[in-house]
Design a protein around this ligand. Structure first.
Ligand SMILES: NC(=O)c1ccc[n+]([C@@H]2O[C@H](COP(=O)([O-])OP(=O)(O)OC[C@H]3O[C@@H](n4cnc5c(N)ncnc54)[C@H](O)[C@@H]3O)[C@@H](O)[C@H]2O)c1
Length: 315
């Protein structure tokens, strides 16, 4: 599908990835956003976009908003925290949102959907992890919710003639980020430039992708892949350890802090300490990210430092 001249509904468009997607899509498409602003910022939605404030766990919100005139839905809204202290609510809300979106699409005959899944569906899998790796054994309720949502999408792809583009993201970095290891280090070092507390042993090693590459890759896959269920990993070929992230943040801020580790092989329960997704399927479709994992982290730090005064920070 060509992402030009389309009428698109973007759920979660006031969030980090959603607002970056809007920056790309809004100039060439007629876009409506639904977001309850539970973790998003209204100001990050461009003015040309129609904004509807609503909670997608309530199906009535979509009855008023999603009509047959839409060409596709980009479904990004989610409770995305891996260490949520409300796991049952997270599971129920993420599933309810996706089921509501799919049922309403089916009702009005809109059959194209982009979905933002996550590397967490793989759990602690061998690396690099390809899309057809099995068994999928998530270790967090967040990962379990994404896997449950993927199975609903698969059902609609195979039994209701939907076209699904299902993106399993590595860790995404970029401007506006207020949560995650990169902004966490930036904020901690702003508070105390002399020392930095690092969760775990610092050897956790994951693949980071810059938001600009992530959006490019999504648009590329939507244009180039036309199966019923198009599942693609979006990530980089390399990884960055947590200690290396601390080094990059320190370099970019011109600091030389001492590091203190809290210990253990992971930052928190449900954290997958080592993650690298295979991006061969993406490469076979003709897309390579422009930045490596280290470069993405460095650019993400620069984005945060540059935008510190004039960008809204999202969670
Ligand atoms: N950021 C990453 O590194 C990453 C990695 C893997 C997957 N993802 C997925 O990508 C998507 C976007 O992530 P993000 O980082 O932009 O998250 P985000 O929290 O910044 O954005 C999600 C948006 O959804 C909205 N939302 C949440 N619950 C809602 C509800 N019930 N009704 C309406 N709106 C609701 C929030 O207000 C927020 O604006 C999510 O599905 C997330 O799980 C993100």
């Amino acid at each position: 599908m060509n992402l030009e001249g389309k009428r698109l509904l973007v759920t979660g468009g006031a969030g980090l990835i959603g607002s970056a997607l809007l920056d790309r899509l809004a100039p060439d498409n007629d876009v409506t956003v639904v977001d309850d602003l539970s973790n998003g910022v209204r100001e990050s939605v461009p003015e040309s976009v129609t904004f509807v404030e609503g909670d997608l766990t309530d199906p009535a919100v979509l009855e008023d908003t999603l009509t047959a005139e839409f060409d596709a839905v980009c479904h990004l809204a989610a409770d995305k925290y891996v260490d949520s202290d409300r796991p049952r609510e997270q599971m129920e809300r993420n599933e309810a949102m996706t089921f509501n979106v799919l049922e309403r699409m089916d009702e009005v005959g809109v059959e194209k959907i982009l979905f933002t899944s996550s590397s967490t569906v793989y759990g602690e899998a061998p690396r690099p992890t390809p899309e057809d790796y099995a068994p999928l054994e998530p270790i967090s309720v967040y990962g379990a919710s994404k896997l449950a949502e993927e199975s609903l999408l698969s059902t609609y792809a195979h039994s209701h003639d939907f076209t699904v583009w299902n993106f399993r993201f590595a860790n995404i970095v970029g401007p506006r980020y207020g949560a995650g290891v990169v902004p966490d280090f930036v904020y901690k070092l702003t508070e105390d430039p002399e020392s930095l507390t690092i969760l775990g042993d610092g050897r956790q090693e994951k693949s980071y992708m810059h938001i600009d590459d992530c959006i490019d890759a999504m648009c590329h896959v939507v244009q180039a892949a036309d199966g019923a269920m198009n599942t693609y990993n979006l990530g980089t070929r390399t990884t960055t350890s947590v200690t290396r992230i601390a080094d990059i943040v320190s370099e970019e801020m011109g600091l030389n802090p001492s590091y203190e580790y809290t210990g253990g092989d992971r930052g928190w329960t449900g954290d997958v300490p080592k993650m690298r997704l295979s991006v061969e399927k993406l490469a076979a479709l003709g897309y390579e990210p422009s930045l490596s994992s280290d470069e993405a982290v460095r650019q993400g730090v620069r984005d945060l430092l540059d935008g510190a005064e004039n960008e809204p920070h999202l969670g």
